[in-house]
Structures are given as structure tokens and as C-alpha cells.
Design a binder for this molecule. Structure first.
Ligand SMILES: Nc1ncnc2c1ncn2[C@@H]1O[C@H](COP(=O)(O)OP(=O)(O)O)[C@@H](O)[C@H]1O
Ligand SMILES: [Mg+2]
Length: 246
């Protein structure tokens, strides 16, 4: 039932001076859209990096499907797609070449790659940018390309780090429709955001503060539990008026 589980996950930087992730217990269900919501500097990207095996935890454990991360990170990489917050695009490659690069990492066959690229360019409305250098794309287009690269090998789990931040409202709505479609196809989506109202569109929400999960539930559950009308208000209530800055 749970596809991603972390237990007491900790990541310290600078010899323990920075507790970026501080005892995180995440349980993400197969086939849900889980929004991981918290202010800037609360530890979202650090968590994503540990889930993807790029960053070693200071302590604690990560289980993705039947694999232990980071130990089995190579095996698990084909099951996860990651769209990092700061992109991982090659600026001097074209849109098509970028997607192709990621496809080759997963040893996809030439014919399969061609079909998949056409499909993704169509879905993400990048067909007329196929031969444009990534560096020349707008922010929203880079976001779309980054999502295409994450999805090229059709992974069952996708990690989108601030995927909808800085995109216009129309594209954001399109993204959410698309995420739901992926979910309905059985994929599991973990999306982070520091924008609280984004969370309302997810199946479940985990609120993170200073590297800790401070509450979790469906949008309705959270609002009822705290007797407020929005996730933003839930967050403010849980923070007790105390402001933590990055
Ligand atoms: N490589 C690093 N070295 C030192 N501190 C870091 C590093 N990466 C992140 N941090 C710190 O860890 C905390 C959490 O950062 P991050 O995971 O990027 O938060 P978020 O993605 O929620 O904005 C912040 O205080 C940040 O400054
Ligand atoms: Mg971040």
C-alpha cells in the first residue's frame, strides 16, 4: 500500500549546525498525489535529493517499493522520475536532445525513444520548440521540458520539486490536470511546494516545518481538524505565530 516510506530520516549539514531534515516519517501511498508543503528552507529539496539517492542521509531509512535507498539507488532509479527544483537540463542541447539524453540513461531503444519524445512533446505542448536550445526557453517551458525528461522512461513514481512554482495560472491548472491523469493511470506523485494553496489540489498533504512533519492528511481532514477554511490557515495555526526564516 505504501510505495515510499521514510523512518526517522535525518540530514544535517555543516557538521550538524544545519538540521535540514530532522526525523522525518513519510508514508506515501501507491497511486496518490502527495503534496509536501512547507516554507522555503524547511527541508523539501533535501528530502527529494535523499529519496532519489543523490544525497546520503545522516541517519534514518528510506524504502521505495522493495528497495532500500541509498543502498539500492541504481536499481530504484528506473522506477522514479525526478524534476528537480533547479532543473537538470543541458542548456546547450535542444529540447529533443535533452529528452533523448535522459532516455538513453535508461537504455531505451531508438525507436521507443522517438515515439516517446513525440508523445511527451505533444502532451507538454513543446512540439514547436523541438529544435530550440534549452537555454532559450522561458521558465514555464523549461519546467515543462524538465517534466518531460522526468517522465521519459514512464516511471511509476515521480518526484516534482516545486514543479508549479513560477508558472502562470493557466499552465499550473494544466499541470494539475496532467498530474491527476498520471495518478489515474496508477502513478504515484510527490510534489513539493512552498505555496500553500497548491496543496488543496492534492490527495494528501504533508506539512513540513524545520525538517519535521507537523501534520498530515487529506485537505478536508486538515481543515476540519484545525477548524479553518484553508491549508494556509492550518499552517499558520500549527506554526503558533512563530516565523522561521531560511
Ligand atoms: N548543501 C547544503 N549545505 C548546507 N546547507 C544546506 C545545503 N542544502 C540545503 N541546506 C540548508 O538546509 C535547509 C533546507 O533546505 P532545502 O531542503 O533546500 O529546503 P526547501 O527545499 O524546503 O526550501 C536550509 O536551511 C538550507 O539552507
Ligand atoms: Mg526546495
Amino acid at each position: 500500500m505504501y510505495i515510499v516510506v521514510t523512518k526517522n530520516l535525518v540530514k544535517h549539514f555543516n557538521k550538524g549546525q544545519v538540521k535540514a531534515v530532522d526525523g522525518l516519517d513519510l508514508k506515501i501511498k501507491t497511486g496518490e498525489i502527495y503534496a509536501f508543503i512547507g516554507a522555503n528552507g524547511s527541508g523539501k529539496s533535501t528530502t527529494i535529493s535523499m529519496l532519489s539517492g543523490y544525497l546520503y542521509p545522516t541517519s534514518g531509512s528510506i524504502k521505495i517499493m522493495d528497495y532500500d535507498v541509498p543502498k539500492d539507488r541504481k536499481k530504484v532509479s528506473r522506477y522514479i522520475g525526478i524534476a528537480p527544483q533547479d532543473y537538470s537540463l543541458y542548456n546547450d542541447l535542444t529540447v529533443r536532445e535533452n529528452i533523448e539524453f535522459f532516455a538513453k540513461l535508461f537504455s531505451m531503444k531508438k525507436k521507443e525513444i522517438t515515439i516517446r519524445i513525440d508523445e511527451l512533446l505533444k502532451i507538454l505542448n513543446l512540439e514547436n520548440k523541438r529544435d530550440t536550445i534549452a537555454d532559450e526557453l522561458s521558465g514555464g517551458m523549461k519546467r515543462r521540458l524538465s517534466i518531460a525528461c522526468a517522465l521519459v522512461h514512464s516511471p511509476p513514481i515521480v518526484l516534482f520539486d516545486e514543479a508549479t512554482v513560477g508558472v502562470d495560472p493557466v499552465l499550473r491548472a494544466y499541470f494539475w490536470d496532467y498530474f491527476r491523469k498520471l495518478r489515474d493511470e496508477g502513478k504515484t506523485i510527490l510534489i513539493t511546494s512552498h505555496v500553500m494553496d497548491e496543496a488543496e489540489r492534492a490527495d494528501r498533504i504533508g506539512l513540513i516545518r524545520a525538517g519535521k512533519l507537523i501534520d498530515e492528511g487529506t485537505p478536508e481532514e486538515l481543515k476540519q481538524r484545525h477548524n479553518v477554511a484553508s491549508i494556509e490557515e492550518v499552517f499558520i495555526k500549527l506554526s503558533g505565530g512563530e516565523y522561521i526564516d531560511e
